[in-house]
Design a protein. Structure first.
Length: 318
């Protein structure tokens, strides 16, 4: 039986599984340390199309199609798609999946969209409203990539045990070039709440993995949590730091965009969980909730983050 936990969390009675996943990435990502984990890469950032936007839609199409294939099912088995990106009116997602004839929920959580999509997909499956659901997120630059996941009631070696939904947190930061500072407070809040709601310590997880805080945001996050006597320094990693070679690729604080955490999860993290090298991961994509309008009007940049509890599962008979 599914169970509400604490203030912001859900524990699934019959945890949904990640049946298949695919990571598609662009040319800068090929030169990074994650390149060998991606399913498909392109040396052309527009993926053979006439614009960046069309290229991102092609990434989405490829990632979703490949995730379905890797799950061993067909598109007719998919009940819903939860998908989002950073373009106006979600046009990367729209044009990437418009011909698939699958019901769609378009999402915007900035760079936390992958966590939002996985949360909603897992809730939908756990509640019995669907057998198979796609969760997908994409972006172009600074990380060019798309990650897609088939969340299913069919058993696999990776499951989603629970979720903690984040609140909007605004520390009054207005510097759009300092996204780590905008998002770190939201990440700290949702990580702390996950630990409180489930009555666990950071060491419960092999890794606590944020989306794209970068080097600056990582430091802020760990400092904020330490104020509440929570130390994640030993098992924290950030997708934005891991996806590029900082010095060699001149990426400064690190990569960003909702394709950042999505591709690292689909390409790298799930392989660690599937093999059993990691048993439990708290996946925490982070987003900065701004637009050109809010920025030009001088508004602050609130943050959001969602936590997804992903675990290794020993299949029956293994």
């Amino acid at each position: 039986m599914n169970e509400k936990k604490g203030k912001q969390s859900i524990k699934f009675g019959n945890p949904p599984y990640i049946l298949g996943a695919a990571a598609v990435a662009g040319p800068k990502e090929i030169d990074g340390p994650m390149a060998r984990y991606f399913d498909r890469v392109s040396e052309d950032a527009t993926f053979g199309k006439d614009s960046w936007e069309e290229g991102e839609s092609e990434m989405v199409r490829q990632a979703v199609t490949l995730a379905i294939q890797k799950a061993g099912i067909v598109k007719q088995d998919i009940r819903y798609i939860f998908a989002g990106d950073l373009l106006g009116q979600l046009i990367a997602s729209t044009f990437g999946i418009k011909d698939m004839e699958i019901p769609v929920f378009g999402l915007y959580g900035a760079c936390s969209t992958c966590g939002e999509a996985l949360s909603l997909a897992s809730m939908t499956v756990a509640a019995g409203y669907a057998d198979n659901v796609i969760a997908e997120a994409s972006a172009t630059w600074t990380v060019t990539g798309s990650g897609a996941f088939v969340v299913s009631d069919r058993e696999s070696d990776v499951c989603i045990q629970g979720v903690t939904t984040g609140q909007i947190v605004d520390y009054g930061v207005k510097d759009s070039l300092n996204m780590g500072a905008c998002m770190a407070p939201a990440a700290a809040a949702v990580i702390y709440q996950n630990l409180q709601d489930f009555g666990i310590k950071p060491t419960y997880y092999d890794r606590i993995i944020t989306g794209d805080l970068g080097k600056v945001g990582k430091t802020i996050l760990e400092d904020l949590l330490s104020m509440n006597n929570v130390d994640i320094s030993a098992n924290h990693m950030d997708c934005g730091i891991e996806i590029f070679e900082n010095e060699e690729q001149d990426t400064h604080s690190g990569g960003s965009g909702c394709g950042c955490s999505a591709t690292v999860l689909a390409g790298y993290i799930l392989k660690k969980l599937s093999s059993g090298e990691w048993k439990r991961v708290l996946f925490v994509p982070t987003g900065a909730l701004l637009s050109t309008v809010s920025y030009n009007e001088g508004q602050t940049i609130p943050g959001i983050a969602h936590a997804v509890m992903i675990e290794h599962h020993e299949k029956k008979g293994e």
